[in-house]
Ligand binder design. Structure first.
Ligand SMILES: *[C@@H]1O[C@H](CO)[C@@H](O)[C@H](O)[C@H]1NC(C)=O
Ligand SMILES: *[C@@H]1O[C@H](CO)[C@@H](O)[C@H](O)[C@H]1NC(C)=O
Ligand SMILES: *[C@@H]1O[C@H](CO)[C@@H](O)[C@H](O)[C@H]1NC(C)=O
Ligand SMILES: *[C@@H]1O[C@H](CO)[C@@H](O)[C@H](O)[C@H]1NC(C)=O
Ligand SMILES: *[C@@H]1O[C@H](CO)[C@@H](O)[C@H](O)[C@H]1NC(C)=O
Ligand SMILES: *[C@@H]1O[C@H](CO)[C@@H](O)[C@H](O)[C@H]1NC(C)=O
Length: 487
């Protein structure tokens, strides 16, 4: 076993490894897991090797398409990950919110539970099972199985998706790798939600089930979603017929193609298919950058058609650092309103997802603003005199959308002391850093993007093919990552 392991390592390293093996006190299982196994049995153990710079494979599936191993992030952090080998794209992380350290004190072992532990940092992740073996299926599903007449599955990674799901994986929730955005199922819809410091999450995208092939029956349990290899994202309740179908660009195209859907760090939901050499973008929930939850950061202004971002406060010019620090919580509690916030107005703006924003009727802009002024949970109000709608924003102000119409008036509260251009402090800087590393180093695969503009905007349909590194494509999302990364 140990010679097999070592044979995978360049010859000049072998001597060092052999010395290491002799020095190691834990010689029960000397394999340092530089090679991939087909299954892990009780007693298996592996430690990260200091010579590995990106990924150390531990277990692979039969096709060799997928691999479980140690993924090195932020130079010296470690995630246990299932990777798509050909693209190095991580499909699943065991410990996305708390990374272990890439050090000799971190150990992966299987004793019935698959466990990563690092006593030096008190890190522990476990499947909490009592199984007999760990296998990686050719679907990328990692399973802990119990041996028996028919081997039974007692734990599987498919039940704990992180930001990505693959075809045939049932799911009800996903969280973006920076922790800011999530996908969840409602009674009859799937929605994307943004997390704000304090208060409830904001629904910024909603896809309601069409119920064309099957109806949702109240009391028949919750709905869930699954990607069909036929090229669509389906929602299901019971039975095999979907209650909703969102078709991908390659719907019913010849196969085999491998499909995945991911909630991206910019809050978009994107589908990709592996064509044998590259991931092609074939679905996205949100087509227009300006309709993403926060493409220009807090108090930013995104103007469709025109490239890029500006600031709601016209005295501030937009920079990569954003416009203003995000507000947090609400403006309730003791004290005078004037001490808590100041008011900024801007014409020609509207909320990005106004159909999901609370709407009130108002006969004048004064009445609309008055509603917000009186309500300490309100952060902003946008009035459109042509319709008499007053949109009430009940979470800290994010990016607004610029419209040409000067008659649309926005009123925004800015928490005092927040006028400085400090960047937003991410919800968890550690994770965010990990994302940047992951997307920058591993996600450097190039995607082809076929983008279809929405008719709703009155723009003729337009097919564009853009090739290039992923981060160029998603420059807006990169802005938002950078803004939420460490200060
Ligand atoms: C496996 O190891 C963990 C951590 O050391 C321990 O808590 C657990 O009881 C062990 N499980 C079995 C079945 O030995
Ligand atoms: C995956 O494995 C199953 C059986 O375990 C087999 O039927 C199927 O053809 C395999 N798929 C691929 C893509 O290797
Ligand atoms: C997904 O759900 C369907 C229907 O409940 C089930 O038949 C199928 O086995 C599930 N797939 C996985 C991978 O668990
Ligand atoms: C899996 O491997 C086969 C054979 O090498 C290849 O044709 C196929 O594209 C691979 N699938 C994925 C998802 O990488
Ligand atoms: C900035 O906005 C204020 C309030 O809407 C307006 O009075 C002022 O003219 C604007 N300044 C510039 C330079 O556009
Ligand atoms: C809305 O406001 C604009 C500019 O203030 C004004 O020109 C227009 O007549 C108003 N429209 C209505 C329906 O009141």
């Amino acid at each position: 076993m140990s010679s097999l392991c070592i044979s995978m390592v360049p010859i000049r390293l072998q001597f060092a490894l052999i010395v290491l093996l002799f020095l190691s006190s834990e010689t029960t299982r000397p394999c340092l897991a530089v090679t991939s196994n087909q299954e892990l049995l009780k007693g298996f153990s592996a430690v990260p090797l200091s010579s590995v710079t990106s990924f150390q494979p531990i277990l692979s599936d039969q096709s060799g398409n997928f691999s479980l191993g140690f993924l090195r992030l932020n130079r010296n952090q470690l995630a246990l990950a299932v990777l798509h080998v050909a693209s190095s794209e991580p499909l699943w992380l065991a410990n996305p919110t708390h990374l272990a350290s890439w050090s000799q004190s971190t150990r992966l072992f299987f004793n019935g539970s698959l466990i990563i532990s690092d006593p030096e940092t008190d890190f522990l992740w476990s499947t909490a099972t009592n199984g007999d073996r760990v296998v990686l299926l050719n679907t990328s599903n990692l399973q802990v199985q119990k041996k028996g007449e028919s081997s039974s599955v007692i734990w599987q990674s498919f039940d704990f998706p992180t930001n990505t799901v693959v075809q045939d994986q049932n799911f009800t929730a996903l969280v973006s790798s920076n922790g800011l955005y999530s996908l969840r199922m409602g009674n009859d819809f799937m929605g994307l939600y943004a997390k704000h410091g304090g208060g409830s999450d904001e629904l910024y995208w909603k896809h309601t089930a069409l119920e064309a092939k099957a109806e949702i029956v109240e009391g028949n349990g919750p709905i869930y979603a699954r990607i069909s290899p036929d090229g669509y994202l389906g929602m299901y309740q019971t039975g095999t017929k979907p209650v909703d179908v969102q078709k991908f660009n390659n719907f019913q195209r010849p196969h085999p193609l491998f499909l995945m859907v991911r909630i991206e760090p910019d809050g978009n939901l994107k589908g990709y298919c592996w064509d044998g050499s590259t991931w092609l973008l074939n679905y996205q929930g949100i087509d227009d950058t300006c309709e993403l939850p926060n493409p220009c950061g807090p108090y930013g202004l995104c103007t469709p058609g025109r490239s890029g971002c500006s600031c709601l406060d016209n005295r501030t010019s937009y920079s990569a650092r954003g416009c203003m620090k995000e507000g947090y919580g609400d403006l309730c509690g003791e004290g005078m309103a004037e001490d808590k916030y100041w008011v900024m107005r801007r014409t020609g703006v509207e909320p990005a997802h106004k159909e999901l924003t609370r709407q009130e009727r108002a006969s004048s802009v004064e009445e609309c603003e008055g509603m917000c002024e009186k309500d300490c949970r309100c952060w902003g109000a946008l009035y459109y005199n042509a319709t008499g709608y007053c949109y009430v924003v009940e979470h800290p102000i994010q990016t607004m959308v610029g419209t040409g119409l000067e008659s649309k008036v926005g009123y925004f509260k800015v928490r005092k002391g927040a006028g400085d251009r400090r960047r937003r402090v991410g919800l968890s800087v550690g994770i965010v850093g990990g994302v940047v590393a992951m997307m920058g180093v591993i996600g450097a695969a190039s995607y082809t993007m076929r983008r279809r503009r929405r008719r709703r905007r009155g723009v003729e349909e337009e097919d564009r093919v853009i090739s290039g590194p992923y981060k160029n494509l998603a420059s807006a999302s990169f802005r938002s990552i950078e803004m939420s990364s460490s200060h």
